[in-house]
Design a protein around this ligand. Structure first.
Ligand code: FAD
Length: 295
C-alpha cells in the first residue's frame, strides 16, 4: 500500500506526530502497540492539563482515537523491517503488511534497562519505578531505595531526599561526577554497596533484600540503570544511530536521510511525555512539509 507518511511507534510522540500529519491532510499510517509504550504503565501527574494521576494507557487510547478521527490509519503491530528504495521507504509489519512511504517518522522510544531480580516485574507500578522525576511525588514521607551507579542514580537519590524521609542508594561504587555524589550524600542519602537480590512485598513493595543477606524495609525501589534504544530499525534506512544509540536530528527533527524524521525518547533525554509530545508535533509538521514540498 502506498502512503505519504508512516509513523513507527504508538507512544505519545508517534501519536502526536500522526495527529499533526493527518490534520495536514497527508495520508498517514501509524504502526505500533500503545500497550508497549513506556507511558502505558505510567500514572502521570506532571503533564500540562492533567490534574491528579491519570493512567498513561488512557491518554494513549484517546490519542489513537484522535489520530484515527483525523484520518490516520492505525495498525497495531510491530514493524519488522525497513528499507530505502530510492527516495521512498518500504516498511513491513509482523503480519506481512507492506507500506511504501514518502516519509517516515521514527518514534520507537527506549527500553529501560531492567535489573532482572525476583519481584521486579511483579511490582512495576506498585513500588518499582524507573523514573524518579515521574514518580517522586508518590513517595512523600516514605522510605525508598535507588539502584544504579551512574549520573541518573545520583540525581535520582538526591531528588528523592526532597520527598522521602529516608533514601538508600544501592551502588557498587558511584560513577557519577563527584559533585553530584557529594550533593546526594550531604542530603542524607545512605549508601549500601551490596548488590540487590530480591524485591519483596505483599501486593506492593515492602522490602529490598541485598546479596549480603540484609533486608531494607522500603516503600519504593527506583531502578536507574539507563536505557536501550530501539534505534536499530534506522540502520536499514541508511542511518547510523549515535554512540549512545540515540538518533541525531536537527531543529526540525529531520535526520540526515531526506524524508526520515525522529522524535521522543529515541532522540534523547529527558524521557518525559511533555517533551515527547512537543517533539512529535514538530516532527509531524516537518514530515508533512517534506511530503508537500514545503521548504
Ligand atoms: C513506569 C514509567 C512511568 C513514567 N511516568 C512518567 C510520568 O509520570 N511523566 C512523564 O512525563 N513521563 C513518564 N514516563 C516516561 C514517558 O512514558 C516517556 O518519556 C514517553 O512515553 C516517551 O514517549 P515515546 O513516544 O518517545 O516512546 P514510547 O512511549 O516508549 O513509545 C514507543 C512506541 O514505539 C513502539 N515501537 C518500538 N519498536 C517498534 C517497532 N519495531 N515497530 C512498531 N512500533 C515499535 C512501542 O511499542 C511504543 O508504542 C514514565 C515511563 C515509565 C516507564
Amino acid at each position: 500500500m502506498e502512503t505519504d507518511i508512516v509513523v513507527i511507534g504508538a507512544g505519545p510522540s508517534g501519536i502526536q506526530a500522526a495527529i499533526y500529519t493527518a490534520r495536514r491532510k497527508v495520508s498517514t499510517v501509524i504502526v505500533g502497540k500503545p500497550s508497549n509504550s513506556a507511558a502505558a504503565d505510567a500514572n502521570i501527574e506532571n503533564y500540562f492539563g492533567v490534574v491528579g494521576p491519570v493512567k498513561g494507557i488512557d491518554l494513549l487510547d484517546n490519542g489513537i482515537k484522535q489520530a484515527v478521527s483525523f484520518g490516520a490509519e492505525f495498525v497495531e503491530e510491530n514493524v519488522i523491517s525497513t528499507e530505502r528504495d530510492g527516495k521512498l521507504f518500504v516498511i513491513k509489519t509482523e503480519t506481512g503488511k507492506e507500506y511504501v512511504a514518502k516519509s517516515v517518522v521514527v518514534a520507537t522510544g527506549i527500553s529501560r534497562v531492567k535489573l532482572g531480580i525476583p519481584g521486579e516485574k511483579e511490582f512495576i507500578g506498585k513500588g518499582v519505578s524507573y523514573c524518579s522525576v515521574c514518580d517522586c511525588n508518590f513517595y512523600k514521607g516514605k522510605t525508598v531505595a535507588v539502584i544504579g551507579d551512574e549520573t541518573e542514580a545520583a540525581m535520582s537519590a538526591d531528588l528523592m531526599t526532597k520527598y522521602a524521609t529516608q533514601v538508600y542508594w544501592i551502588t557498587k561504587g558511584p560513577k557519577a561526577a563527584k559533585a553530584l555524589v557529594d550533593r546526594a550524600l550531604l542530603a542524607g542519602v545512605v549508601v549500601r554497596d551490596s548488590p540487590p537480590k530480591e524485591i519483596t512485598g505483599d501486593g506492593k513493595v515492602g522490602g529490598l533484600v541485598l546479596e549480603d543477606g540484609s533486608e531494607i524495609a522500603v516503600d519504593g525501589v527506583f531502578i536507574e540503570l539507563g536505557a536501550k534504544s530501539a534505534a536499530d530499525l534506522v540502520m536499514d534506512m541508511d542511518l547510523m544511530p549515535e554512540m549512545d544509540d540515540t538518533i541525531k536530528v536537527d531543529a526540525k527533527y529531520a535526520t540526515k536521510v531526506p524524508g526520515l524524521f525522529a522524535c521522543g525518547d529515541v532522540v534523547g533525554k529527558p524521557w518525559q511525555v511533555a517533551r515527547a509530545v512537543g517533539q512529535g508535533c514538530m516532527a509531524g509538521l516537518s514530515a508533512a512539509d517534506y511530503v508537500k514540498g514545503v521548504k
